[in-house]
Design a protein around this ligand. Structure first.
Ligand SMILES: Nc1nc2c(ncn2[C@@H]2O[C@H](COP(=O)(O)OP(=O)(O)OP(=O)(O)O)[C@@H](O)[C@H]2O)c(=O)[nH]1
Ligand SMILES: [Zn+2]
Length: 473
């Protein structure tokens, strides 16, 4: 790529002005998008030596008016799959369909795993032209379509409501050669948890299958699919600003965020979520059935490794227990597990915060709990719960009887999305690990739900966690 090519540079559209299509067009009509030889590679084209030493074309970006660009129509929020159209993100250029030209979404399938996919292709372990065999991969239960999928206020903007069944509803596209992937998979499983093994749950043969607590569950994995106008509107910003931020803050990873204002869907390289359903899936959308829900954000240290500095695993286990009990009484339970480690700040930030808390003069205190996170990350939280209720709408949830959470942010987001919560259930005192008292008291003081006493400033100051010296002894 010859960035110093003055002629090409002058023809380039000003970056950062999505929607400036007049400018974009003047660049495109003369075909400067793709160069093909070492000497003629354009500003928008890089090149690397191929197997035979020739330069392979690298398409750095595309433009809406570029010759051959004709995205398959995608009408987000349409009520039928035919009207909506498939989400097509692949750039693969083999077979009868040139997916690069016909795709209607930026980014890549797989969420954060798209990067491993790239490594597999780059290292030669996987052919870029590999197409999945979808035989027998369909969901074992039916989900939707529900009215929430197409209501005019766009209740779902961060996942594809048709993402679990493209093998079926968009089969004709697959048959014609489009490289189309599910972004949701639904399956069934049995699960066992040591905390619920010792007779906590009663065997019933349907939900709890054995005396030692083997639980029947239906689960679904969901990858993020963002409809950018809807994401922008949830955050109260305009779409141009959102696109610019996503482009700049990912190291300029997706230039089409800027150059393709016509493409409204983006598959971001981030973690998604998993749902676990106890009892019949269709009960989730039936307001006559009792529904227990826990929405949980990932905490690997506690959820998997049993760290006792927070309440995450005990609250998750309690949520599962309550879900199972509701299902056993003829209702249904739902756990939603988001990959938003450390309040979506990441585990590195979280561990830095733990160090600052434990090294603080005077000890780890409830009064400075949130301040430490803010000192390191600049904010207390990046979970942006405003996108969280989308999955509830996807499942057709109309009301929640029991919400196993004390979080005001989760509560406000769900109720704000039009789903009433009838009861909030705090974690039982006896399940709060000793060192997590700091977190628990700090949360209650900051507005988390409690049926008990809200601590005063002096009480907050008095609640201290373990120090590293305590750990050593
Ligand atoms: N950055 C940071 N993250 C933390 C800290 N303590 C816990 N977390 C994260 O906070 C999140 C806790 O999420 P949840 O278990 O859903 O709990 P919650 O949002 O506090 O609310 P509840 O529903 O009442 O449990 C997880 O992502 C944890 O990894 C901390 O000190 N710093
Ligand atoms: Zn935790």
């Amino acid at each position: 790529m010859r960035i110093g090519d003055k002629d090409r540079l002058e023809k380039s559209p000003p970056m950062g002005i999505p929607g400036n299509q007049a400018n974009v067009k003047s660049t495109l009509d003369n075909g400067t998008i793709v160069g093909s030889s070492p000497g003629s590679a354009s500003f928008f084209t890089g090149g690397s030596p191929g197997k035979d030493g020739a330069i392979e074309r690298v398409i750095l970006t595309t433009y809406p008016t570029q010759s051959g660009i004709r995205p398959v129509p995608l009408n987000w929020g349409a009520s039928s799959s035919e009207e909506r159209g498939p989400v097509l993100a692949s750039r693969s250029q083999t077979g009868p369909i040139n997916n690069l030209k016909e795709r209607n979404a930026m980014g890549a399938y797989g969420g954060s795993y798209s990067v491993y996919h790239a490594l597999a292709v780059g290292s030669g372990a996987l052919q870029a032209t590999h197409r999945p065999d979808f035989t027998d991969t369909e969901p074992p239960v039916n989900i939707g379509p529900y009215p929430q999928w197409s209501e005019s206020d766009m209740k779902i903007v961060s996942m594809d409501p048709w993402g679990h069944i493209p093998q079926t509803v968009f089969k004709d596209y697959l048959d014609r050669g489009y490289d189309l992937r599910p972004t949701i998979a639904v399956t069934k499983a049995h699960m066992r948890l040591p905390e619920l093994a010792e007779g906590t749950l009663k065997q019933d043969g349907v939900i709890v299958l054995s005396e030692d607590g083997e639980i029947n569950v239906t689960k679904a994995a969901v990858e993020p699919v963002w409809w950018l106008p809807g994401i922008a509107s949830r955050f109260g910003i305009d779409e141009t600003k959102l696109r610019r931020a996503l482009f700049e803050d990912t190291g300029g990873m997706y230039p089409e965020l800027i150059t393709r204002p016509d493409m409204k869907v983006f598959l971001p390289p981030i973690g998604g979520l998993t749902i676990y359903v106890f009892g019949p899936m269709e009960y989730l959308a039936d307001p006559t059935k009792k529904l227990t829900v826990r929405v949980h954000d990932e905490c690997n240290g506690s959820d998997v490794f049993g760290s006792d500095i927070c309440t995450c695993r005990p609250y998750l286990i309690y949520g599962i227990q309550r879900c199972v009990e509701t299902a056993q009484k003829g209702g249904v339970g739902l756990i939603v597990y988001f990959r938003k480690e450390g309040r979506a700040l990441g585990e590195v930030t979280k561990f830095l915060v733990y160090n600052a808390r434990k090294r603080q003069a005077g000890g780890d205190r409830a009064s400075t709990y949130f301040q430490h996170t803010e000192n390191v990350a600049g904010v207390k939280d990046m979970r942006f719960q405003s996108l969280m209720p989308d999955v509830l709408h996807w499942l057709g949830v109309q009301k929640i009887d029991e919400m196993i959470s004390m979080s005001n942010m989760k509560y406000d987001a769900i109720v704000g999305a039009g789903i009433p919560i009838l009861e909030r259930v705090p974690i039982p005192d006896e399940m709060v690990p000793p060192d997590s008292q700091v977190e628990m008291v700090a949360k209650v003081a900051s507005g988390y739900f409690t049926q008990g006493h809200v601590p005063t400033e002096a009480e907050l100051n008095a609640v201290k966690g373990r120090t590293w010296d305590d750990i050593a002894h």
